[in-house]
Design a protein around this ligand. Structure first.
Ligand code: GCO
Length: 256
């Protein structure tokens, strides 16, 4: 039965930045497909509540609180999983921040913070996961969250755009280096989705009208609309898909 291709029973999935928003929606989708999900966030209370919400649904979930920018904390988390014989089969590099300011006003520290969170942390997380997959002789899935700004620039979000453009190419590097180990690395490029990060844009009538006008679907996307692509890339359904970026954007990236 082809539906079994999407069954994640027995798999452990780590989703960074998953106590809310896109990450939480994808984590819920993977858990409902049978995965044991590990949620991650920087706010311990929000993370605990998100894990409890999954458990209340009868799903298998736990949470680890760390900032993906804190490499020491990341490495401690991986050492704890090693000690507990927990093996990550699926990594979704979702954690990210946005910082909107014209470049001529942008301070280097703010540029660096966005690059560190949205790009460098994806490398660190994927390196630690892939290292263990290869050493253990286990197949794996790495899914990086890209963006429409992986392809097109929008004024005032230069560091985010640069980082997300690099995510597209870093995903290809992961595919090239790790494909022989049966690790598939792909990316999902969300369109303009209804999230807390975008609330200021949604509340701006001019921007809201621009998104609806530029998107063939004529609407913002919903976080749960990423689950299909996430499940595809996290499952056996994509075992011969590597280095790709799938845009879940209502068609925006295809429109002039
Ligand atoms: C912005 C938005 C975008 C979108 C997303 C589109 O300020 O333009 O935050 O970054 O959220 O990245 O793919």
């Amino acid at each position: 039965m082809s539906i079994q291709l999407f069954n994640l029973t027995g798999k452990t999935a780590l989703i960074t930045g998953s106590s809310r928003g896109l990450g939480n929606a994808m984590a819920l989708g993977l858990a409902e497909a049978g995965a044991t999900v590990i949620l991650n966030g920087v706010d311990p209370v929000r993370l605990k509540n998100s894990v409890q919400a999954m458990l209340d649904k009868g799903l298998q979930a736990s949470g680890v609180c760390f900032d993906v920018n804190d490499e020491e904390a990341v490495l401690e988390a991986f050492m704890a999983w090693d000690a507990a014989d927990v093996h990550i089969d699926i990594l979704i590099n979702n954690a990210g921040i946005q910082f909107r300011k014209p470049m001529i006003e942008l301070e280097t520290k703010d540029w660096q913070r966005v690059m560190d969170t949205n790009l460098t942390s994806c490398f660190v997380m994927a390196r630690e996961v892939a290292k263990r997959m290869i050493q253990g002789g286990r197949a794996g899935k790495i899914i990086n969250i890209a963006s429409l700004t992986s392809e097109h620039a929008r004024a005032t979000v230069a560091p985010y755009t640069a980082a997300k453009g690099a995510i597209k190419m870093l995903t290809k590097s992961m595919a090239v280096e790790w494909g022989e180990h049966n690790i598939q690395a792909n990316a999902i490029g969300p369109g303009y989705m209804v999230t807390e990060m975008n609330q200021a844009l949604i509340d701006n009538p001019t921007f809201d009208a621009w998104v609806k006008g530029r998107t063939p679907a004529k609407r913002w996307g919903l976080p749960e609309e990423l689950v299909g692509a996430a499940l595809f890339l996290a499952s056996n359904a994509s075992n011969y898909v590597n280095g790709q970026t799938i845009y879940v954007d209502g068609g925006m990236i295809s429109a002039l």
